[in-house]
Design a protein around this ligand. Sequence first.
Ligand code: HEC
Length: 156
Amino acid sequence: MKTRFLNCAFVLLSAFTASSVLADEQVDLGKTVYMTLCVACHQPTGAGLPPVFPTLLQTEYVSGSTERFAAMILKGVIGPITVKGMVFNNMMPPQEALLTDEKIAAAITYVRASFGNTYPAVLPAVVTAARSKFTDRKTSWTEAELKAWPDSQAAK
Ligand code: HEC
């Protein structure tokens, strides 16, 4: 009985350690992706360059649905869109042809863990699922679509 409990505790502990190691590796890869690609617009601090490029600090799009975040990176976004009370009427280019699911998940994880954000890591499977769900979609997302996202409030 005791052994069983210990085994069980060990398995739980290993699972926990494995997932935090994975999250750390993701943050490292994500930082590389962010500093190569996202940085030009959203800046090293994540604060963006308002009123042209929006901040990534605790916005509803960073904290909310991870499927939506993945879909935005895959397909891009076309303004106008209001972020933290400021209207942005620009566009974010789609990255689906340039970045792997692993790199997109890592960039999202990095953003969600940086700049004062403290939201959980996102696995590549979330991006893979979004890529296949929206495979026929050719255009970027509009604010109306993003606001109406089914689990738009989910901070997961
Ligand atoms: C060429 C500039 C550019 C690049 C590169 C870019 N973005 Fe954006 N991003 C924008 C603009 C502009 C918007 C606002 C949409 C609009 O005006 O149509 C936006 C919106 C967003 C939003 C939703 C609004 C907010 O601030 O919460 C998130 C999240 C985001 N970008 C994350 C990223 C991440 C992560 C990357 C890198 C993988 C990235 N962006 C690369 C320009 C860019």
